[in-house]
Design a protein around this ligand. Structure first.
Ligand code: EPU
Length: 417
């Protein structure tokens, strides 16, 4: 497996382009199944998770053409209703095909995704919502089988905020008969991006981006041409990289509004963040000050930025409390960071991070995407050469991160394995 090597100590500076958002692209590409014809997608990031959803769509009968960041999907022949374990196990977000397949084919068999490094991650709320829309669900031999004689609108109250759950049900409800109301819906920008794409396909969705989403079902959707929004988590990760190295980095192709909580925390930590249209300029300003963080659904501080901030806090002036409220096991990076000299204590869902003046390099690895990226951030400031093993996870969700950081002056390279 590939490794990434980093020689710490370089200050980052220069311009870097942010890619399209993984978590917006995944549901939007799945939504191609809801029409029959050819849709076009631009600014799709080049990632393993995108390859996984494309393999799945192709297994379901879609024809795919890919050129760089442009993808064309012809779903006229997408009539297979089975998503096998082999494809689903590679990526939990494969479950996003469940709602579209059920709406299109009235039946779907999707392998139940297992838990993962960051938590058990059940899909009970997806399934309960589909039942309310008129699907009959069976769980057997590790597969979810859903059948319906026609989906009908319903009121669905989510017990907790779920991003892909909101997306799955929004897609299923789009082709249901009558009106669906989703309450306590996720408000993430990726949910809004999906709703906008579906509306351009002919759906009638109101309120995406608020906690109450109303969907009036339509009989059919048209193919679409759409551009994927910028990746706010990649942008946030690069912003933290600049802050950690006392850098001077300008990010291009950003949506600063999607990064409100992250920008506010960086500013509280003493980092200079300037916004100019779709560009964000992040400058170090002396030692980083400690700040406390609690992860929350959007517009709160994102769980997908928790590891990166913990790494920033590990070299801050003072102590910081970091509470993870979304996933029960999302502190897996702590033991690796400790090996690099960080001073962190965990108590329940809270980490106490006492800043140290210097991290030192070590061979490390992580079993989660954001944790892997954060180990690279630590490598940027650690004394000596850090080796990040098992970068498979990084490649799932960051497009050429080592090239982007290298372009900003980091001493970083990939060793093929
Ligand atoms: N949950 C349930 N039952 C459900 C659904 C969720 O109990 O049916 C729980 C989860 O176990 C978790 C919480 O609800 O404790 C929130 O999970 P959510 O469903 O919102 O997560 P997700 O939709 O599976 C998406 C992103 C994640 C991101 C989370 C939270 C995609 C493809 N994935 O996951 O992204 O961390 O929302 O914002 O959109 C990543 O990109 O690294 C990543 C993990």
């Amino acid at each position: 497996m590939d490794k990434i090597l980093i020689e710490g100590g370089q200050r980052l500076s220069g311009d870097v382009e942010v890619s399209g958002a993984k978590n917006a692209a995944l549901p939007i590409l799945a939504s191609a199944l809801m029409t029959s014809g050819t849709s076009f997608y631009s600014h799709v990031p080049g990632l393993q998770d995108i390859n996984s959803i494309l393999s799945l769509l192709s297994h379901l009968g879609a024809k795919i053409e890919k050129e760089g960041h442009q993808i064309q999907i012809d779903t006229s022949g997408a009539n297979n209703h089975e998503a096998p374990y082999d494809l689903v196990r590679k990526m939990r977000a494969s479950v996003l095909v469940l709602g579209p397949m059920l709406a299109r084919l009235k039946k779907a068999k999707v392998a139940l995704p297992g838990g993962c490094a960051i938590g058990a991650r059940p899909i009970n709320l997806h399934l309960k919502g589909l039942e309310l829309l008129g699907a009959k669900i069976d769980l057997d031999h590790g597969d979810v089988t859903a059948v319906t004689d026609g989906l009908r609108g319903a009121e669905i109250n989510f017990d907790m905020v779920t991003v892909t759950g909101t997306e799955n049900l929004m897609m299923a409800a789009t082709l249901a008969e009558g009106v669906t109301i989703l309450r306590n819906a996720a408000r993430e920008p990726e949910v809004v991006a999906l709703a906008e794409t579906l509306n351009r396909m002919g759906a009638n969705i109101l309120g995406a981006g608020t906690a109450v989403v109303t969907i009036e079902g339509v009989p059919a959707l048209e193919p679409v041409q759409t551009r994927i929004i910028p990746d706010r988590i990649e942008a946030g990760t690069l912003m933290v990289a600049s802050a950690m190295t006392g850098g001077d980095v300008r990010l291009k192709n950003c949506e600063p509004e999607h990064l409100g909580a992250v920008i506010a925390k960086l500013r509280s930590a003493g980092v200079i963040v300037e916004i100019d249209g779709d560009q964000i300029h992040v400058k170090g300003n002396g030692p980083v000050q400690s700040v406390d963080i609690q992860t929350m659904p959007y517009p709160g501080f994102p769980t997908d930025m928790q590891a990166q901030f913990m790494f920033l806090m590990s070299i801050a002036d003072g102590s910081s409390l970091i509470a993870e409220t979304i996933f029960e096991k999302r502190f897996i990076h702590v033991s690796e960071l400790r090996r690099m000299g960080a001073d962190i204590t965990i108590s329940g869902n809270t980490a106490i991070v006492r800043g140290v003046s210097q991290l030192s390099s070590a061979p490390v690895m992580a079993t989660d995407l954001r944790a892997s990226a954060s180990l690279i951030l630590a490598g940027l400031v650690a004394r000596g050469k850090t080796v990040v093993n098992r970068v498979y996870h990084l490649d799932r969700g960051y497009e050429a991160l080592e090239k982007k950081l290298g372009g900003l002056g980091a001493a970083i390279w990939r060793e093929k394995g």
